[in-house]
Design a protein around this ligand. Structure first.
Ligand code: CA
Length: 651
């Protein structure tokens, strides 16, 4: 063996591992199966010569006992320990080519101690808060009914003016009756008041970058996964105890559910925080990751590695992990980070299986990567392949950048900030990237063809945690505009998001002009940049009231939430464009039984007032110049403000 390896070295090429030859284990009992009388440990490590299980008393560094695991079928190893080992910690180590690798928790660990270094034996039943067995997700029907609110657990409560006691913690977001300095609601009550349907939490699984012994010393978004099936410790009140973080996360989910909010987890299966030393790689070196031609870790994520969803045991891991979050934690949806790294077959398998457990689950992801992948584009869950995805949406960068300008060109303007030539990108976004006879695809900013087969394939947004906040971006790109005009641009941008077909998506605080002091990528910026300043809700009450009104209109009117691409194509009619920077269109609401039989939406992205032609028949006003109104009758020629949205309807 060694000799042949040396010979290969001399020949100048290392042997390429054929991972397809590895056995596949299909059982669903990997990890720990606990009972009061025994604990059964099972891991998949087909290349190991020997495997050791080490058990430690709770939070003790010294090993309590060592077990030699027994080889079992299809690459698995098993150890059964009699007695009650609850609250013990454990790790595994494998011997390959005569060398013992690191002691690591297994990827299937469901509870861990401080900083996720060791797994923990727990009784999952003891992690359920009172009433958990009757916890029920709020009613939800179609994916296009979703209005998603993307929130970082710590950002929500860490500012003094959040009025929240448990700052930076899961349970802080479950506090009721919290207020800002001037008495407006914050946290949970605010989310309820706003009326969004889904709270998308930024990574809340156990991640690597924040030291859980000093959770206030460092900030991070958490896109650096350590233990996929365990909540993050820094968001719990006791990260040493394996039970607390689980219980508190469940408490938050339960409270959201009781308050009409569904919960989406942001999941990052595309890479692991550690590469050579990750749990996966210390148990089965190489297998879980894609390699470049020269055998190195490939890196489509720009994070040092990319996982290999096309290999059966990683595909199985992703699927079982998400199924676990849905079953054990009652999670209502997933946002899949860099979904373009994963293969379509895996994503569709996951979608089918999750829909079996929860028919109204919401799935969406980033249809792109952060670098080249050895897996061909045609088989990956990229935006251009969205039409092949089964009930999974992708983020539309077309509408995002159509609204405010190219994300990386900071002074670029978009439709809402006065850039003409962006009209077709806006129209493409309005129809949720489906095929529409009036969209000129050759003029859409990025996609030259409709990539959505159905409106549910598109997530419509203009701001998320990545890149500049909308407020900062408008300040940068429209720096010569008056403050009053910038405010109009801001409202116009959000109007487009909340009136377009597809799934609406808002970044936390956008409803009251949250800013990050100009910081573009705040993934590790301090609280002074990332914390939500709840007094902005009072300072920008007009914006908050407007966004709340738009959300209410969207929820009341199915005309904005069509589920069928043919309906969109036939019942959204754009007016002939006469002025660059102006898009007006009519929705035939009657086709989806909307009580607004006809809806006219006028988007003016120019610096001038514009005349819109409403015809002789009378319309009622729902929104006039970025402000909610009711029942003001209008007809004929009508002047709308610069940078404004107006919505008229006929019953
Ligand atoms: Ca952690």
């Amino acid at each position: 063996m060694l000799l042949s390896f040396i010979l290969q070295l001399f020949a100048g090429k290392a042997q390429k591992t054929d991972y397809s030859k590895y056995p596949v284990y299909t059982g669903n009992d990997l990890g720990l199966t606990y009972s009061k009388t025994r604990s059964v440990f099972k891991i998949w490590a087909p290349t190991a010569e020997e495997v050791e299980l080490k058990i430690y008393p709770e939070n003790s560094e010294s090993m309590g006992r060592k077990e030699i695991m027994q080889k079992s079928n299809n690459g698995t190893w098993i150890a059964t320990i009699m007695g009650d080992y609850k609250e013990s910690m454990y790790t595994f180590s494998v011997k390959i080519n005569g060398k013992w690798l690191d002691n690591v928790p297994d990827p299937y660990a469901k509870a861990v101690g401080i900083n996720g270094k060791r797994a923990m034996v727990i009784d999952l039943k003891e992690t359920n808060p009172p009433g958990w067995s009757t916890d029920k997700s709020p009613a939800f029907k179609n994916p296009t009914d979703a209005i998603i609110y993307e929130l970082h657990v710590r950002d929500a409560s860490i500012a003094a003016n959040s009025g929240i006691k448990n700052k930076g913690k899961f349970i802080g977001l479950a506090e009721k009756g919290t207020k800002n300095t001037t008495g407006l609601s914050t946290g949970l009550d605010h989310l309820k008041e706003l009326g969004v349907t889904h709270i998308h939490l930024l990574p809340s699984y156990d991640y690597n970058s924040v030291d859980e012994t000093k959770p206030d010393a460092k900030y991070n978004w958490g896109y650096d996964p350590l233990n996929y099936n365990v909540p993050e410790g820094s968001y719990s009140t006791n990260a040493y105890d394996g039970v607390t973080r689980i219980k508190e996360f469940k408490q938050l989910i339960q409270t959201f559910h009781q308050n009409g909010l569904r919960v989406v987890m942001d999941v990052v299966y595309n890479h692991t925080a550690l590469t050579e030393n990750s749990n996966f790689n210390q148990l089965v070196p190489g297998y879980y990751y894609r390699q470049t031609k020269d055998g190195k870790f490939s890196n489509a994520t720009a994070c040092g590695n990319e996982t290999a969803s096309e290999r059966p045991m990683f595909r199985k891991f992703m699927l079982e992990s998400m199924m676990y979050w849905v079953k054990e934690y009652h999670i209502d949806g997933f946002r899949v980070d860099l979904m373009g790294v994963h293969d379509i077959e895996t994503m569709n398998l996951i979608s089918r299986e999750l829909h079996k457990i929860k028919p109204d689950i919401l799935l969406y992801g980033e249809g792109w990567t952060a670098g080249a992948s050895p897996l061909p584009d045609s088989v990956r869950a990229l935006k251009a392949n969205a039409y092949k995805l089964d009930r999974i949406a992708v983020f539309s960068d077309d509408i995002r950048d159509g609204i405010k300008g190219h994300v990386f060109t900071h002074d670029a303007k978009g439709f809402a900030t006065g850039q003409t030539g962006t009209e077709e990108s806006i129209k493409f976004g309005i129809v949720a990237s489906v095929k529409h006879p009036q969209v000129d695809y050759s003029k859409v900013n990025y996609s030259k063809a409709p990539y959505a087969a159905q409106p549910y394939h598109t997530v419509t947004y203009c701001e998320c945690h990545d890149n500049h906040c909308l407020k900062d971006r408008i300040d940068l790109s429209a720096k010569d505009a008056s403050e009053a005009d910038k405010r109009k641009m801001y409202k116009l941008a959000l109007s487009i998001v909340l009136t377009s077909q597809g799934i609406s998506f808002l970044h936390a605080g956008t409803e009251f002009m949250r800013n990050k002091k100009g910081v573009e990528n705040s993934f590790e910026s301090p609280d002074s940049i990332n914390a939500i300043d709840w007094d902005l809700k009072s300072a920008n009450k007009d914006v908050f009231d407007y966004v709340k009104a738009l959300i209410s209109i969207r929820k009341q009117h199915p005309a904005f939430r069509m589920m069928d691409a043919r309906q969109v194509a036939a019942n959204i009619v754009f007016d002939a464009q006469t002025v660059p920077g102006v898009v007006t269109y009519t929705i035939n609401g009657a086709v989806v039984n909307d009580k607004w039989k006809k809806i006219k939406i006028c988007l003016n992205g120019t610096a001038e007032q514009q005349m819109v032609e409403l015809g002789p028949k009378e319309w009622k006003t729902a929104v006039l110049n970025n402000q909610a109104f009711t029942n003001v009758p209008v007809s004929g020629k009508f002047q709308v403000w610069p940078y404004s949205c107006s919505i008229f309807y006929q019953e």
